[in-house]
Design a protein around this ligand. Structure first.
Ligand SMILES: *Cc1c(COP(=O)(O)O)cnc(C)c1O
Length: 474
Protein backbone atom coordinates (compact mmCIF):
# COMPACT_ATOMS: atom_id res chain seq x y z
CA UNK A 1 0.00 0.00 0.00
CA UNK A 2 1.24 3.49 -0.86
CA UNK A 3 1.71 6.12 1.80
CA UNK A 4 -0.37 9.29 1.55
CA UNK A 5 2.79 11.10 0.35
CA UNK A 6 3.10 8.80 -2.64
CA UNK A 7 -0.48 9.58 -3.69
CA UNK A 8 -1.61 12.69 -5.53
CA UNK A 9 0.39 15.23 -7.48
CA UNK A 10 1.55 18.81 -7.37
CA UNK A 11 -1.24 21.34 -6.96
CA UNK A 12 -3.92 18.77 -6.33
CA UNK A 13 -6.28 19.54 -3.42
CA UNK A 14 -9.45 18.34 -1.78
CA UNK A 15 -10.88 21.82 -1.23
CA UNK A 16 -10.99 24.97 -3.31
CA UNK A 17 -11.26 28.39 -1.77
CA UNK A 18 -12.76 31.31 -3.59
CA UNK A 19 -10.76 34.54 -3.40
CA UNK A 20 -13.10 36.14 -0.85
CA UNK A 21 -12.39 33.31 1.58
CA UNK A 22 -8.78 34.37 1.98
CA UNK A 23 -8.10 36.95 4.68
CA UNK A 24 -7.57 40.37 3.12
CA UNK A 25 -4.87 41.29 5.56
CA UNK A 26 -2.53 38.40 5.99
CA UNK A 27 -0.76 38.41 9.35
CA UNK A 28 2.86 39.39 8.99
CA UNK A 29 5.15 36.51 9.72
CA UNK A 30 8.83 37.18 9.65
CA UNK A 31 10.76 35.36 7.00
CA UNK A 32 12.89 33.51 9.50
CA UNK A 33 9.80 31.71 10.75
CA UNK A 34 8.73 30.64 7.28
CA UNK A 35 9.74 27.32 5.80
CA UNK A 36 10.80 27.39 2.19
CA UNK A 37 9.12 24.15 1.38
CA UNK A 38 6.81 22.00 3.40
CA UNK A 39 6.38 18.41 2.32
CA UNK A 40 2.67 17.85 2.71
CA UNK A 41 0.60 15.50 0.60
CA UNK A 42 -1.26 17.13 -2.26
CA UNK A 43 -4.21 14.87 -2.86
CA UNK A 44 -7.76 15.03 -4.15
CA UNK A 45 -10.74 14.27 -1.96
CA UNK A 46 -11.31 10.81 -3.40
CA UNK A 47 -7.65 9.93 -2.82
CA UNK A 48 -7.91 10.99 0.80
CA UNK A 49 -11.11 9.03 1.34
CA UNK A 50 -9.81 5.88 -0.32
CA UNK A 51 -6.49 6.06 1.48
CA UNK A 52 -7.97 6.28 4.96
CA UNK A 53 -10.84 3.89 4.29
CA UNK A 54 -8.34 1.29 3.11
CA UNK A 55 -6.22 1.88 6.21
CA UNK A 56 -9.25 1.57 8.50
CA UNK A 57 -10.04 -1.83 6.98
CA UNK A 58 -6.68 -3.11 8.14
CA UNK A 59 -7.74 -2.60 11.70
CA UNK A 60 -9.85 -5.01 13.68
CA UNK A 61 -12.51 -4.09 16.19
CA UNK A 62 -15.65 -5.31 17.90
CA UNK A 63 -17.74 -3.68 15.19
CA UNK A 64 -16.06 -5.93 12.63
CA UNK A 65 -16.10 -9.35 14.22
CA UNK A 66 -15.72 -11.64 17.22
CA UNK A 67 -13.13 -10.43 19.74
CA UNK A 68 -12.81 -13.15 22.41
CA UNK A 69 -9.90 -11.45 24.20
CA UNK A 70 -10.10 -12.89 27.72
CA UNK A 71 -9.78 -10.47 30.63
CA UNK A 72 -10.63 -7.51 28.37
CA UNK A 73 -14.42 -7.88 27.98
CA UNK A 74 -14.55 -6.72 24.38
CA UNK A 75 -18.32 -6.49 24.23
CA UNK A 76 -20.38 -4.56 21.71
CA UNK A 77 -20.60 -0.87 22.56
CA UNK A 78 -24.13 0.41 21.87
CA UNK A 79 -24.02 3.46 19.62
CA UNK A 80 -26.48 5.34 21.83
CA UNK A 81 -23.55 5.75 24.26
CA UNK A 82 -21.72 7.76 21.62
CA UNK A 83 -24.79 9.90 20.92
CA UNK A 84 -25.03 10.85 24.59
CA UNK A 85 -21.31 11.61 24.92
CA UNK A 86 -21.69 13.88 21.89
CA UNK A 87 -24.50 16.00 23.34
CA UNK A 88 -23.59 19.65 23.10
CA UNK A 89 -24.32 20.19 26.76
CA UNK A 90 -21.44 17.81 27.49
CA UNK A 91 -19.02 18.66 24.71
CA UNK A 92 -19.28 22.45 24.88
CA UNK A 93 -18.52 22.93 28.54
CA UNK A 94 -15.15 23.58 30.08
CA UNK A 95 -13.98 22.03 33.34
CA UNK A 96 -12.94 25.45 34.66
CA UNK A 97 -16.45 26.80 34.16
CA UNK A 98 -18.28 27.83 37.38
CA UNK A 99 -20.21 25.05 39.11
CA UNK A 100 -23.52 26.89 38.65
CA UNK A 101 -23.04 26.58 34.89
CA UNK A 102 -22.05 22.89 34.99
CA UNK A 103 -24.93 21.48 36.99
CA UNK A 104 -25.93 18.92 34.38
CA UNK A 105 -22.44 17.47 34.08
CA UNK A 106 -22.01 17.40 37.86
CA UNK A 107 -25.40 15.75 38.27
CA UNK A 108 -24.38 13.04 35.81
CA UNK A 109 -21.17 12.40 37.78
CA UNK A 110 -23.02 12.41 41.09
CA UNK A 111 -25.65 9.96 39.87
CA UNK A 112 -22.97 7.69 38.43
CA UNK A 113 -21.20 7.69 41.82
CA UNK A 114 -24.51 6.72 43.43
CA UNK A 115 -25.23 3.98 40.91
CA UNK A 116 -21.75 2.55 41.36
CA UNK A 117 -22.30 2.46 45.13
CA UNK A 118 -25.49 0.51 44.52
CA UNK A 119 -23.88 -1.89 42.01
CA UNK A 120 -20.78 -2.64 44.09
CA UNK A 121 -22.20 -2.17 47.57
CA UNK A 122 -19.50 0.28 48.68
CA UNK A 123 -20.09 3.40 50.79
CA UNK A 124 -18.23 5.86 48.58
CA UNK A 125 -17.06 5.81 44.99
CA UNK A 126 -14.56 7.99 43.10
CA UNK A 127 -14.73 8.30 39.32
CA UNK A 128 -11.35 9.96 38.90
CA UNK A 129 -8.85 7.24 37.89
CA UNK A 130 -8.29 6.89 34.15
CA UNK A 131 -8.06 3.10 33.82
CA UNK A 132 -8.07 -0.16 35.73
CA UNK A 133 -4.35 -0.07 36.39
CA UNK A 134 -4.67 3.54 37.52
CA UNK A 135 -7.53 2.52 39.83
CA UNK A 136 -5.24 -0.11 41.33
CA UNK A 137 -2.52 2.46 41.90
CA UNK A 138 -5.03 4.80 43.56
CA UNK A 139 -6.38 1.93 45.67
CA UNK A 140 -2.94 0.88 46.87
CA UNK A 141 -2.02 4.52 47.57
CA UNK A 142 -5.11 4.68 49.79
CA UNK A 143 -4.20 1.46 51.58
CA UNK A 144 -0.71 2.85 52.15
CA UNK A 145 -2.08 6.16 53.44
CA UNK A 146 -4.49 4.30 55.72
CA UNK A 147 -1.68 2.32 57.35
CA UNK A 148 0.62 5.33 57.50
CA UNK A 149 -2.03 6.72 59.80
CA UNK A 150 -3.02 3.58 61.72
CA UNK A 151 -0.26 0.97 61.65
CA UNK A 152 3.00 1.98 60.02
CA UNK A 153 4.66 -1.42 60.02
CA UNK A 154 2.25 -2.91 57.47
CA UNK A 155 4.14 -2.73 54.21
CA UNK A 156 3.42 -6.00 52.41
CA UNK A 157 0.63 -6.84 49.98
CA UNK A 158 -0.21 -10.44 49.20
CA UNK A 159 -1.02 -11.25 45.57
CA UNK A 160 -2.11 -14.64 44.17
CA UNK A 161 0.10 -16.24 41.49
CA UNK A 162 -2.74 -15.96 38.96
CA UNK A 163 -2.88 -12.16 39.20
CA UNK A 164 -2.71 -9.65 36.35
CA UNK A 165 0.76 -8.11 36.03
CA UNK A 166 -0.58 -4.67 36.87
CA UNK A 167 -1.28 -5.81 40.47
CA UNK A 168 2.35 -6.27 41.58
CA UNK A 169 3.32 -3.27 39.43
CA UNK A 170 0.90 -1.00 41.32
CA UNK A 171 2.17 -2.25 44.68
CA UNK A 172 5.82 -1.77 43.74
CA UNK A 173 5.15 1.69 42.32
CA UNK A 174 3.67 2.66 45.69
CA UNK A 175 6.80 1.56 47.50
CA UNK A 176 5.14 -1.42 49.15
CA UNK A 177 6.35 -4.99 48.90
CA UNK A 178 4.56 -7.84 47.13
CA UNK A 179 4.40 -11.40 48.35
CA UNK A 180 2.96 -14.19 46.24
CA UNK A 181 0.17 -16.49 47.45
CA UNK A 182 -0.27 -19.87 45.77
CA UNK A 183 -3.40 -21.10 44.06
CA UNK A 184 -4.76 -24.53 45.00
CA UNK A 185 -5.69 -27.39 42.65
CA UNK A 186 -9.16 -25.94 42.07
CA UNK A 187 -7.85 -22.55 41.01
CA UNK A 188 -8.82 -20.90 44.33
CA UNK A 189 -6.46 -19.12 46.70
CA UNK A 190 -4.59 -21.72 48.76
CA UNK A 191 -6.02 -21.02 52.23
CA UNK A 192 -3.14 -22.60 54.13
CA UNK A 193 -0.60 -20.56 52.22
CA UNK A 194 -2.67 -17.42 52.87
CA UNK A 195 -2.92 -18.16 56.62
CA UNK A 196 0.82 -18.70 56.80
CA UNK A 197 1.77 -15.51 54.99
CA UNK A 198 -0.80 -13.17 56.55
CA UNK A 199 0.84 -11.45 59.53
CA UNK A 200 1.07 -8.11 61.30
CA UNK A 201 3.32 -6.67 58.60
CA UNK A 202 0.79 -7.36 55.88
CA UNK A 203 -1.26 -4.39 54.71
CA UNK A 204 -3.61 -6.60 52.79
CA UNK A 205 -4.48 -8.93 49.96
CA UNK A 206 -5.10 -7.92 46.37
CA UNK A 207 -7.46 -10.39 44.79
CA UNK A 208 -9.16 -10.62 41.42
CA UNK A 209 -12.60 -12.17 41.77
CA UNK A 210 -13.73 -13.86 39.61
CA UNK A 211 -10.04 -14.53 39.10
CA UNK A 212 -8.01 -14.55 35.91
CA UNK A 213 -8.82 -18.23 35.37
CA UNK A 214 -12.45 -17.16 35.08
CA UNK A 215 -13.24 -18.85 38.39
CA UNK A 216 -15.21 -17.43 41.29
CA UNK A 217 -13.19 -18.13 44.42
CA UNK A 218 -15.43 -20.46 46.44
CA UNK A 219 -13.73 -19.46 49.69
CA UNK A 220 -14.05 -15.74 49.26
CA UNK A 221 -15.86 -15.17 52.58
CA UNK A 222 -13.20 -17.18 54.43
CA UNK A 223 -10.37 -15.39 52.60
CA UNK A 224 -11.64 -11.97 53.63
CA UNK A 225 -12.08 -13.24 57.17
CA UNK A 226 -8.49 -14.48 57.39
CA UNK A 227 -7.12 -11.13 56.20
CA UNK A 228 -9.43 -9.05 58.41
CA UNK A 229 -8.73 -11.07 61.55
CA UNK A 230 -5.04 -10.28 61.17
CA UNK A 231 -5.77 -6.58 60.63
CA UNK A 232 -5.38 -6.35 56.85
CA UNK A 233 -7.53 -4.88 54.10
CA UNK A 234 -8.84 -6.79 51.09
CA UNK A 235 -8.57 -5.17 47.67
CA UNK A 236 -10.69 -6.44 44.78
CA UNK A 237 -9.34 -6.12 41.27
CA UNK A 238 -12.77 -5.62 39.71
CA UNK A 239 -11.79 -6.09 36.07
CA UNK A 240 -14.06 -9.13 35.99
CA UNK A 241 -17.14 -7.43 37.40
CA UNK A 242 -18.91 -8.29 34.15
CA UNK A 243 -19.54 -11.81 35.43
CA UNK A 244 -21.43 -10.73 38.52
CA UNK A 245 -22.79 -7.28 37.72
CA UNK A 246 -26.39 -7.05 38.89
CA UNK A 247 -26.14 -10.48 40.50
CA UNK A 248 -23.95 -9.99 43.56
CA UNK A 249 -22.14 -7.06 45.20
CA UNK A 250 -18.40 -7.38 45.88
CA UNK A 251 -18.75 -5.51 49.16
CA UNK A 252 -20.99 -8.30 50.48
CA UNK A 253 -18.13 -10.80 50.08
CA UNK A 254 -16.03 -8.74 52.47
CA UNK A 255 -13.92 -6.56 50.18
CA UNK A 256 -12.84 -3.16 51.52
CA UNK A 257 -11.80 -1.48 48.32
CA UNK A 258 -12.21 -2.16 44.63
CA UNK A 259 -11.57 -0.69 41.22
CA UNK A 260 -13.99 -1.12 38.33
CA UNK A 261 -12.97 -0.98 34.67
CA UNK A 262 -15.81 1.07 33.20
CA UNK A 263 -14.52 0.45 29.70
CA UNK A 264 -14.88 -3.30 30.21
CA UNK A 265 -18.05 -3.87 32.21
CA UNK A 266 -19.92 -0.75 31.14
CA UNK A 267 -19.17 -0.93 27.44
CA UNK A 268 -17.01 1.88 26.21
CA UNK A 269 -14.64 1.24 23.32
CA UNK A 270 -11.17 0.32 24.50
CA UNK A 271 -7.95 -1.30 23.43
CA UNK A 272 -4.88 0.19 21.79
CA UNK A 273 -4.43 2.56 24.71
CA UNK A 274 -7.71 4.37 24.15
CA UNK A 275 -9.41 6.19 26.99
CA UNK A 276 -10.85 4.27 29.90
CA UNK A 277 -12.05 4.88 33.43
CA UNK A 278 -11.16 2.96 36.55
CA UNK A 279 -13.33 4.22 39.39
CA UNK A 280 -12.63 3.10 42.95
CA UNK A 281 -15.17 2.12 45.60
CA UNK A 282 -14.42 1.89 49.33
CA UNK A 283 -15.97 1.02 52.67
CA UNK A 284 -16.71 3.85 55.10
CA UNK A 285 -13.42 3.78 57.01
CA UNK A 286 -11.46 4.42 53.79
CA UNK A 287 -13.72 7.16 52.39
CA UNK A 288 -11.67 9.99 53.91
CA UNK A 289 -8.65 8.80 51.85
CA UNK A 290 -10.33 9.03 48.41
CA UNK A 291 -8.85 11.29 45.74
CA UNK A 292 -10.27 14.77 45.64
CA UNK A 293 -12.56 16.25 44.56
CA UNK A 294 -15.69 14.14 44.93
CA UNK A 295 -19.02 15.33 43.55
CA UNK A 296 -21.59 16.12 46.23
CA UNK A 297 -25.04 17.53 46.47
CA UNK A 298 -26.37 20.08 48.97
CA UNK A 299 -29.70 21.90 48.79
CA UNK A 300 -30.36 20.64 45.29
CA UNK A 301 -27.05 22.01 43.94
CA UNK A 302 -24.21 19.81 42.80
CA UNK A 303 -20.68 20.82 43.68
CA UNK A 304 -17.10 19.61 43.81
CA UNK A 305 -16.11 18.65 47.31
CA UNK A 306 -12.45 19.21 48.19
CA UNK A 307 -13.00 18.68 51.87
CA UNK A 308 -11.65 15.12 52.14
CA UNK A 309 -9.40 15.11 55.22
CA UNK A 310 -6.98 12.22 54.54
CA UNK A 311 -7.22 12.43 50.74
CA UNK A 312 -4.33 11.06 48.70
CA UNK A 313 -4.90 14.15 46.52
CA UNK A 314 -5.68 14.58 42.88
CA UNK A 315 -4.87 11.68 40.57
CA UNK A 316 -6.09 12.91 37.21
CA UNK A 317 -6.56 16.24 35.49
CA UNK A 318 -10.01 17.64 36.18
CA UNK A 319 -12.59 14.95 37.06
CA UNK A 320 -11.52 11.84 35.19
CA UNK A 321 -12.23 10.77 31.63
CA UNK A 322 -15.56 12.51 31.41
CA UNK A 323 -16.68 11.19 28.01
CA UNK A 324 -16.06 7.61 29.07
CA UNK A 325 -18.13 8.22 32.18
CA UNK A 326 -21.03 9.59 30.11
CA UNK A 327 -20.98 6.40 28.05
CA UNK A 328 -20.93 4.18 31.12
CA UNK A 329 -23.76 6.21 32.68
CA UNK A 330 -25.82 5.80 29.51
CA UNK A 331 -25.19 2.07 29.42
CA UNK A 332 -26.26 1.58 33.04
CA UNK A 333 -29.37 3.76 32.68
CA UNK A 334 -30.36 2.10 29.41
CA UNK A 335 -30.21 -1.38 30.92
CA UNK A 336 -31.51 -0.74 34.42
CA UNK A 337 -31.12 -3.26 37.27
CA UNK A 338 -32.80 -6.15 35.41
CA UNK A 339 -30.83 -5.52 32.26
CA UNK A 340 -27.54 -5.41 34.16
CA UNK A 341 -28.37 -8.69 35.82
CA UNK A 342 -28.96 -10.27 32.41
CA UNK A 343 -25.54 -8.97 31.34
CA UNK A 344 -23.89 -10.92 34.14
CA UNK A 345 -25.99 -14.03 33.62
CA UNK A 346 -25.60 -14.18 29.86
CA UNK A 347 -21.87 -13.47 30.01
CA UNK A 348 -21.51 -16.52 32.26
CA UNK A 349 -23.88 -18.64 30.16
CA UNK A 350 -22.03 -17.85 26.93
CA UNK A 351 -18.63 -18.66 28.43
CA UNK A 352 -19.85 -21.97 29.79
CA UNK A 353 -21.44 -22.87 26.46
CA UNK A 354 -18.10 -22.44 24.74
CA UNK A 355 -16.14 -24.06 27.55
CA UNK A 356 -18.16 -27.26 27.44
CA UNK A 357 -17.94 -27.55 23.65
CA UNK A 358 -14.19 -26.87 23.53
CA UNK A 359 -13.17 -29.00 26.51
CA UNK A 360 -14.04 -32.14 24.51
CA UNK A 361 -11.04 -31.38 22.25
CA UNK A 362 -8.76 -29.04 24.18
CA UNK A 363 -7.24 -29.50 27.62
CA UNK A 364 -9.16 -27.60 30.31
CA UNK A 365 -6.95 -27.52 33.41
CA UNK A 366 -9.64 -26.41 35.89
CA UNK A 367 -12.77 -28.45 35.27
CA UNK A 368 -15.34 -26.25 36.96
CA UNK A 369 -18.23 -24.07 35.96
CA UNK A 370 -16.60 -20.85 34.90
CA UNK A 371 -17.66 -17.25 35.14
CA UNK A 372 -17.47 -14.97 32.08
CA UNK A 373 -14.26 -16.49 30.69
CA UNK A 374 -12.23 -19.69 30.81
CA UNK A 375 -8.71 -20.87 30.16
CA UNK A 376 -7.62 -23.87 28.08
CA UNK A 377 -4.04 -25.07 27.64
CA UNK A 378 -1.89 -26.18 24.70
CA UNK A 379 -1.51 -29.73 26.05
CA UNK A 380 -3.58 -31.52 23.43
CA UNK A 381 -2.10 -29.75 20.44
CA UNK A 382 -0.22 -32.17 18.12
CA UNK A 383 3.04 -31.87 16.15
CA UNK A 384 4.57 -29.14 18.28
CA UNK A 385 1.90 -26.63 17.28
CA UNK A 386 1.84 -23.92 19.94
CA UNK A 387 -0.69 -21.55 21.41
CA UNK A 388 0.95 -18.76 19.41
CA UNK A 389 0.47 -20.73 16.16
CA UNK A 390 -3.20 -21.30 16.92
CA UNK A 391 -3.72 -17.63 17.77
CA UNK A 392 -2.08 -16.53 14.51
CA UNK A 393 -4.06 -19.03 12.45
CA UNK A 394 -7.32 -17.68 13.91
CA UNK A 395 -6.46 -14.33 12.31
CA UNK A 396 -6.52 -16.00 8.89
CA UNK A 397 -10.10 -17.02 9.58
CA UNK A 398 -11.13 -13.46 10.44
CA UNK A 399 -11.16 -13.64 14.23
CA UNK A 400 -9.30 -11.64 16.81
CA UNK A 401 -7.14 -13.94 18.87
CA UNK A 402 -8.09 -14.82 22.45
CA UNK A 403 -5.69 -13.73 25.20
CA UNK A 404 -2.68 -16.05 25.17
CA UNK A 405 0.02 -17.10 27.64
CA UNK A 406 -1.92 -15.51 30.51
CA UNK A 407 -2.47 -16.36 33.30
CA UNK A 408 1.05 -17.66 33.74
CA UNK A 409 0.05 -20.62 35.89
CA UNK A 410 -1.50 -22.42 32.88
CA UNK A 411 0.90 -23.85 30.29
CA UNK A 412 0.31 -22.22 26.90
CA UNK A 413 -2.83 -20.55 28.22
CA UNK A 414 -5.63 -19.62 25.82
CA UNK A 415 -8.13 -17.41 27.60
CA UNK A 416 -11.51 -17.03 25.94
CA UNK A 417 -14.18 -14.50 26.84
CA UNK A 418 -17.16 -14.35 24.50
CA UNK A 419 -19.13 -11.67 26.44
CA UNK A 420 -22.91 -11.54 26.59
CA UNK A 421 -23.30 -9.63 23.35
CA UNK A 422 -22.39 -12.50 21.01
CA UNK A 423 -24.95 -14.74 19.33
CA UNK A 424 -24.95 -18.49 19.48
CA UNK A 425 -24.16 -18.63 15.75
CA UNK A 426 -21.01 -16.55 16.23
CA UNK A 427 -19.84 -18.74 19.09
CA UNK A 428 -20.60 -21.89 17.07
CA UNK A 429 -18.56 -20.75 14.09
CA UNK A 430 -15.65 -19.80 16.32
CA UNK A 431 -15.75 -23.22 17.97
CA UNK A 432 -15.88 -24.86 14.53
CA UNK A 433 -12.84 -22.85 13.46
CA UNK A 434 -10.91 -23.84 16.59
CA UNK A 435 -11.59 -27.51 15.80
CA UNK A 436 -10.63 -27.01 12.18
CA UNK A 437 -7.28 -25.55 13.24
CA UNK A 438 -6.77 -28.46 15.60
CA UNK A 439 -7.28 -30.76 12.61
CA UNK A 440 -4.87 -28.72 10.49
CA UNK A 441 -2.34 -29.08 13.30
CA UNK A 442 -2.72 -32.84 12.83
CA UNK A 443 -2.62 -33.00 9.02
CA UNK A 444 -0.76 -29.87 7.83
CA UNK A 445 1.08 -28.49 10.87
CA UNK A 446 3.33 -26.27 8.71
CA UNK A 447 0.26 -24.35 7.58
CA UNK A 448 -0.57 -23.47 11.18
CA UNK A 449 3.03 -22.77 12.17
CA UNK A 450 3.44 -20.34 9.27
CA UNK A 451 0.25 -18.37 9.99
CA UNK A 452 -0.95 -15.74 9.39
CA UNK A 453 -1.03 -16.05 5.62
CA UNK A 454 -3.75 -13.56 4.69
CA UNK A 455 -2.88 -10.41 6.65
CA UNK A 456 -0.94 -7.34 5.43
CA UNK A 457 1.95 -8.31 7.74
CA UNK A 458 3.04 -11.87 8.37
CA UNK A 459 4.30 -13.25 11.67
CA UNK A 460 6.07 -10.51 13.59
CA UNK A 461 8.73 -10.77 16.23
CA UNK A 462 6.35 -9.82 19.04
CA UNK A 463 8.99 -8.41 21.38
CA UNK A 464 10.77 -6.42 18.68
CA UNK A 465 7.46 -5.12 17.32
CA UNK A 466 6.53 -3.81 20.77
CA UNK A 467 9.94 -2.44 21.80
CA UNK A 468 11.30 -1.14 18.49
CA UNK A 469 8.28 -0.36 16.37
CA UNK A 470 9.00 1.27 12.99
CA UNK A 471 6.25 3.80 12.69
CA UNK A 472 7.33 5.59 9.54
CA UNK A 473 7.23 4.39 5.96
CA UNK A 474 10.69 3.96 4.54
C1 LIG B 1 -7.71 -5.26 32.31
C2 LIG B 1 -7.23 -5.68 33.62
C3 LIG B 1 -6.46 -4.81 34.44
C4 LIG B 1 -5.95 -3.47 33.95
O1 LIG B 1 -6.96 -2.61 33.58
P1 LIG B 1 -6.75 -1.46 32.50
O2 LIG B 1 -8.06 -0.79 32.45
O3 LIG B 1 -6.37 -2.14 31.23
O4 LIG B 1 -5.66 -0.57 33.00
C5 LIG B 1 -6.13 -5.24 35.70
N1 LIG B 1 -6.48 -6.45 36.16
C6 LIG B 1 -7.19 -7.33 35.39
C7 LIG B 1 -7.57 -8.66 35.95
C8 LIG B 1 -7.57 -6.98 34.11
O5 LIG B 1 -8.26 -7.83 33.34
Amino acid sequence: MKTIFENGGEGRAAVQFSDDQYPTEAPKIEDRFRRKNLKIPEVSEIEVVRHYTTLSKRNYGVDLGFYPLGSCTMKYNPKVNEDMAKLEGFTNIHPMQPEELSQGALQMLFELQEMMKEITGFDAFSLQPAAGAHGELVGVMMIKAYFQKHDKKRKKILIPDSAHGTNPASVTLCGLETQEVKSDGNGNVDLNDLRQKMNDETAGLMLTNPNTLGLFDQNIIEICKIVHEKGGLVYCDGANLNAMVGVTKPRDAGFDIMHVNFHKTFSTPHGCGGPGAGGVGVVGKLASFLPKPMVNQTNGMYHLDYNIPDSIGKVKSYYGNFGVLVKAYTYIRALGPDGLKRVGQNAVLNANYMRVKLMKHFDLPYKRICQHEFVISDRNMPNGVTTMDLAKRLLDYGYHSPTIYFPLIVHGAIMIEPTETETRETMDSFIETMLKILQEAQTTPELVKGAPHTLPVKRLDGVKAAREPVLTAR
